[in-house]
Design a protein around this ligand. Sequence first.
Ligand code: F6P
Length: 330
Amino acid sequence: MNRKVTKYKRIGVFTSGGDAPGMNAAIRAVVRTGINYGAEMYGIMRGYDGMIKGDIKKLISKDVSGIIQRGGTILQSARSEDFKTVEGRKQAFESLEKFKIEALIAIGGDGTFTGAKIFTEEFGVPIIGIPGTIDNDLYGSDTTIGYDTAMNTVMESVDKLKDTAGSHNRLFFVEVMGRDAGFIALNTGIATGAEDILIPETTTNIEDLVISLKENKRKGKTSAIIIVAEGDDLGGAYEVAQKVKALDSSYSTRVSVLGHIQRGGSPSVADRVLASRLGFEAVEALYLGYSGVMAGMVNGRVGYTPFEKSIKHHNDIDKDLLRMARFLSI
Ligand code: F6P
């Protein structure tokens, strides 16, 4: 962690990777905190892509009014292949020099911070990260911006699927996002009373799943919901459904992949407050001389975690919660 107290005159902000509800609230907080510190604020479009192309515009306070309640990101987002090359990063640095931008706030997930770490090391541009991803898969923050809203979206959808599952005596496999992390699956599974929850952090045993479904049937349950994280070791919901069918074809089975609907929508109270706090704290951290760290909430207090650590690890899944969910869904 590099600490050197500086007074920045021009700060850039960008969103990168998958969009997440609450990113706009974070942009608003960053821009307005910077303005309070007397800085000129610049929005970089489409993450590293816009930085390379010099697609950068000045943001005044009015530019971020009326966005706290909006999903998506007014700065748009992208996953840049060019930024993975030295040439791309050099072009990005030249764009920043052209606009006299001295420091950056990066809002995104692990890919965003991987790029930020290399960039700050290569060119010495101070960068503070803000965790913005629905996956909640970053170490150094109790939760990430967008996670709460995404879970509420999943919960509302599964509640609806439960109505139709019950009406038709069906077995539903519902796929939720989470390439490497099962946070969304685990907590929405608990919140919706799902019969089982399959996540990447645990080994899924298909025989055990079939046995527990049979047991449910024996007890008189006529429908069931299985939440499957997209990154489960047995595959996504379609693959799992096929494997269950191969062992027991007695179910009327349906698969529902919730997909990108989970990334949209107006942010929840929790995400708006988290985004506002972290946006504010990230700019304060810059002025305190921090760089190369992600601002996060750790046990309810603001903390700073070096990019490397935030990317390499993620918070552990509480396996007891999985056990609890199974106890409660008999
Ligand atoms: O933002 C992370 C994430 O939601 C993952 O859970 C998912 O696998 C991925 O985005 C899909 O993103 P895209 O379609 O934008 O590549």
